[in-house]
Design a protein around this ligand. Structure first.
Ligand code: AMP
Ligand code: ZN
Length: 143
């Protein structure tokens, strides 16, 4: 199994046990723990045990393991907190709000309109020509 580690990465240090965390779940490829700066009660992180800054750099087997862990952990967070709603967030790049450059998925409970993840969602209007071009461009970039 391929693995990658960065001595200077805080999440790699947590994986290694060099820094403590409030561990929730662990398997060969995934670790889940409580976020140290929770946006809401029960805010949890899921990380691959592979050092990659962004989702595009994660090997398939680790991405698949994260994919399997996310609903499992979300269900546990929901069960523990009784939150009626939650967001799952994964930031890629500083501009997108990423602060720790080791891929992680946030599970952020929402208890009311005022708690949890705060974001503005301003929908545009899809242009038909743009959509056709964009669909082709993205599909052509699938590898
Ligand atoms: P992001 O902005 O998506 O990179 O989020 C990074 C998250 O990592 C933030 O929610 C931090 O509170 C969290 N975080 C940073 N250091 C630790 C740590 N040592 N243990 C748990 N969570 C951490
Ligand atoms: Zn790392």
């Amino acid at each position: 199994m391929a693995s990658q580690h960065d001595d200077n990465c805080i999440f790699c240090k947590i994986i290694n046990g060099d820094i403590p965390c409030h561990k929730i779940y662990e398997d060969d490829r995934v670790l889940a723990f409580i976020d140290i700066g929770p946006i809401s009660k029960g805010h949890t992180l899921i990380i691959p045990k592979y050092h990659a800054a962004e989702i595009v750099d994660v090997p398939e087997e680790y991405a698949a393991a994260c994919g399997m862990a996310i609903p499992k952990i979300a269900k546990a967070v929901q069960g523990a907190t009784g939150c009626p709603a939650y967001n799952i967030l994964q930031n890629n790049g500083q501009l997108a709000g990423q602060a720790v450059f080791h891929v992680h998925f946030h599970i952020i409970p929402r208890y009311s309109a005022e708690t949890g993840l705060n974001y503005k969602w301003i929908p545009g209007q899809l242009d038909e020509t743009d959509a056709v071009e964009m669909k082709a461009a993205i599909a052509n970039n699938l590898k």
